[in-house]
Write a protein that binds this ligand. Structure first.
Ligand code: PLP
Length: 441
């Protein structure tokens, strides 16, 4: 479609406005709804609203639609499974669940056999990982990271620390969690060049000597690239150093790959950029291309310690979700991880070019198709500029480009892993215009 004609009505259009009015009467206001976008349908990276306006979706449903909207192979797998049965419960057995467990066992970054626990969402996967760590270690303390996001149920919420609004009003979450800073080279908290080393030293020489006995720590929970917190890529030595620290103290290392996993970073799992092996890993989001599925993946030596009944659920291993995940993993493994690496590198290059023309862009960072563009008041102070972040995203929306933000003022790009260089070019044109419009506001 001709780019000029992508947006045909005012936004929101009349049909969207009518649905938004009904929505306001019956849907919880707790969802942080950034745009009045009312979806009609989508294909690949393109989505249409109910008024016939066409957008490029560079959010992929918060990094969920890994294979693009309604990939025909995934849709067919879902139809085939649905025709056979919709549900049986994990108290029984079925072939697709076993096949998915086998696939994960073959792909997992642990470097040794793994077992999987099946659930429906990221937060549930995190809860399962915490219960497993407590169960096998007999320890009750945990370490999490400021800026981290792990979900909104009472265990995962105890770790979530990217915005205070996620915590406000919910005090009394799971006890025993101590937060430490996530190493952020662009906004260094510690003196010295190596922020990763500084955080490791802080844990070892400050936290462990003054407040948290390491012998009581069950696990450290971390995103290998911090996502909601600002798409922050840790310095190279940090995750290997964290692995060593955990090994020294008998602490389990949990990687939350809910957002970074399944090809998004240009590798199947983000931790593989540093060749660091977790003990436990959580997955969800991109795993099912939109179908609700999450996994706790753990070294077999660890998860086999769970006794029957120790942890279970009703919907785990849903056959339709397993079918979607099997089709997704197959596509991502064969084609889209490499595409994420290649198009992601091209996208970064185009964004760096944009940066050379717009001084409000402080930093471009990321891996694969997990890219953050931090907007600042000026490059010298690096002061986050929330106003620009909001204005640019709003103008991009009005021109037909869906974007979300993360951290304090970072525009984040997480298109489907199927995105092409041509679609990136189109997004860059829309973004360039959005920057000009935002400045004129
Ligand atoms: N962990 C990470 C790293 C996430 O980004 C998210 C969601 O954004 C979650 C966990 C929670 O996932 P869900 O919203 O499916 O519960």
């Amino acid at each position: 479609m001709n780019k000029q004609s992508a947006i045909r009505t005012e936004l929101p259009g009349p049909k969207a406005r009518a649905i938004l009015a009904r929505d306001a009467e019956v849907v919880s206001p707790s969802y942080p709804r950034d745009y009045p976008f009312v979806m009609s349908h989508g294909r690949g990276v393109e989505v249409w609203d109910v008024d016939g306006n066409r957008f490029l979706d560079f959010t992929a449903g918060i990094a969920v639609c890994s294979t693009g909207h309604s990939h025909p192979v995934v849709v067919q797998a879902i139809k085939d499974a649905a025709n056979e049965f919709l549900h049986i419960s994990p108290d029984f057995h079925h072939e697709r669940q076993v096949a998915l467990g086998e696939k994960i066992n073959a792909l997992a970054p642990m470097g040794e056999p793994v077992l999987s626990f099946f659930c429906q969402s990221g937060t549930e996967a995190v809860e399962g990982s915490l219960k497993l760590a407590r169960y096998v270690s007999g320890r009750s303390r945990f370490i999490g990271f400021l800026g981290g996001f792990h979900g909104r149920t009472m265990g995962s919420l105890a770790f979530t620390a990217s915005k205070y609004t996620q915590q406000q009003g919910f005090s009394g979450t799971m006890p025993g969690v101590t937060h430490v800073p996530y190493p952020n080279p662009y906004h260094p908290l510690f003196a010295g060049e190596d922020q990763g080393r500084a955080v490791l030293d802080y844990i070892e020489n400050v936290l462990f000597t003054s407040n948290v006995p390491p012998s009581e720590v069950a696990a450290i929970l971390i995103e290998p690239i911090q996502c909601e917190g600002g798409y922050i890529v840790p310095p190279d030595g940090f995750l290997p150093g964290l692995r060593e620290l955990c090994d020294r103290h008998g602490i389990l290392l949990i990687f939350d790959e809910v957002q970074t996993g399944v090809g998004r970073s240009g590798k199947m799992f983000a931790c593989q950029h540093w060749d660091v092996k977790p003990d436990i890993m959580t997955l969800a989001k991109g795993l099912g291309s939109g179908m609700p599925i999450g996994l706790v993946v753990a070294k077999k030596t660890i998860m086999k310690q769970w006794k029957p009944g120790a942890h279970a659920n009703t919907y785990g291993g849903n056959p339709v979700c397993c079918a979607a995940a099997l089709a997704t993993l197959d596509l991502v493994e064969r084609e889209y991880t490499a595409n994420a690496a290649q198009v992601g590198a091209y996208f970064m290059e185009r964004l760096r070019d944009l940066q050379s023309r717009h001084s409000v862009i402080g930093e471009i960072r990321g891996k694969g198709l997990l890219i953050g563009m931090e907007l600042v008041s000026d490059r010298a102070s690096r002061k986050p500029c929330q106003g620009s972040c909001h204005a640019v995203r709003k103008q991009a929306f009005l021109r037909g480009l869906l974007l979300l933000s993360c951290g304090r003022s970072t525009v984040r790009f997480m298109p489907p892993l199927t995105v092409s260089n041509a679609e990136v070019d189109e997004a860059i044109d829309l973004l360039e215009a959005a920057f000009v419009d935002a400045r004129a506001q």
